[in-house]
Design a protein around this ligand. Sequence first.
Ligand code: C2E
Ligand code: SIN
Ligand code: SIN
Ligand code: FE
Length: 415
Amino acid sequence: MQNIHKKIVKRLLLGWLSLSLLIGGAVLYLKMGQVDQQMLDLAVKESRHFTVELDRSSASQMKILQQKADAFLKGHFMVLELYDEHKKQIFRGISPGGEAIEQKFAQYPHPFPLTNGTYHKNFIIGQMVFMQVLLPLQDKSGELLGYFEGVYKVDAETLHNIQIDIIRTLFLVVAVILITAIMLYPIIISLNRGLIKLTSDLLKGNVELMDVLGSAIAKRDSDTNSHNYRVTIYAIRLAEVLGLSSAQIRDLIAGAFLHDVGKIGIRDNILLKPGKLSDEEFAVMRDHVLLGVDIISKSKWLAGARDVVEFHHEKFDGSGYMKGLKGNEIPLNARIFAIVDVFDALTSKRPYKEPFGFQQAMDMLQRGSGSHFDPELLLTFSGIVSSLYQEASHADDGALAALLNQLVGKHFFNG
Ligand code: C2E
Ligand code: SIN
Ligand code: SIN
Ligand code: FE
């Protein structure tokens, strides 16, 4: 639960960050375009003053130009150049301190705009922003006289206002996205809580169904659920000592619950026969493995149980049934389960046998080491069996159910 909160917060933060970058970037781009246009408008507006009074016929044109230019260069323009209609430079004025700027701009060739067009380019030099502007000059009748080129210095106040405006807008964007994320959090949490409850209810229902199904058959040849509960407890304990993952233990639990579910299809006169089975009868009995596989294969939920259901009567030396698998060909869960199943069958009463004592049962298991049972697993089991036996062999159904509940909870609901 703690994890899911962290996960959601992390996702939301990530979403907030990437959306802020994305939308912030887009806003910044749009703003910059807007600002660019604003600055161009300022520069063009100012330069139009210059052009309106330009008159080709005046003999003292250069002198007038020089005077006008001087006035201009005291304002926002750092550099001012005039070209005739053949794009030949006829005038150049630079404001005091504008030489360095002019040198910079001289490096970049610029195009001459068409009539009515403008060309402009922004430069950031040091902390300051300059805009190079080119305009065609026309007389009152609209005839092309030449070109005006100016380097317009964006003044500090304008620049400052622009920065403030952009920062304000970006801050607003980021804040709105953050507020949205914060508002989403409780919604996601509550949806998620519902989902978790549903999932856990489903899981509980599933575990209950496995228990019910397993117990239904256990009840046929004994009057309690104890065998199923005990073998499941033994199997979990052994698997834990072996260090198996909870995912694998969950499959083992499902397998333990359902290992003999196929006995549901075995006739009473064989299943409940008080004495030894004939060869023919035992051949029928072996079918409980196939029947069991058939039953669980109808549910995807029960797929994990298959290793145990299908292979719990295989033997380590290859002499078991149904496939005659050998050694590690037998799935680990089935090798684990075979040990606990036989141990519990030996120490329990069956319609066909009385229980063996603990020591006798252990001797019988030991004789099966390497032939029936995986010797390494048997060794590990031998190390824990007496405490398992004490814990479970004489406990009643209620106590076993409580213990099993706790173990199942640990592997199904805390993972
Ligand atoms: P189960 O009673 O749950 O026994 C599971 C396994 O425990 C048996 O698999 C066997 O490996 C072992 N086991 C149980 N009792 C004894 C025993 O007295 N001596 C030895 N050495 N091992 C024992 P197995 O043999 O494949 O049997 C599968 C199932 O077939 C048994 O499940 C039981 O339901 C049935 N079954 C086996 N033998 C007899 C029998 O002689 N009479 C009857 N009525 N049913 C039998
Ligand atoms: C039992 O004796 O409890 C039933 C046998 C089994 O399910 O293997
Ligand atoms: C079995 O295959 O589980 C029964 C044979 C044995 O008792 O070792
Ligand atoms: Fe079986």
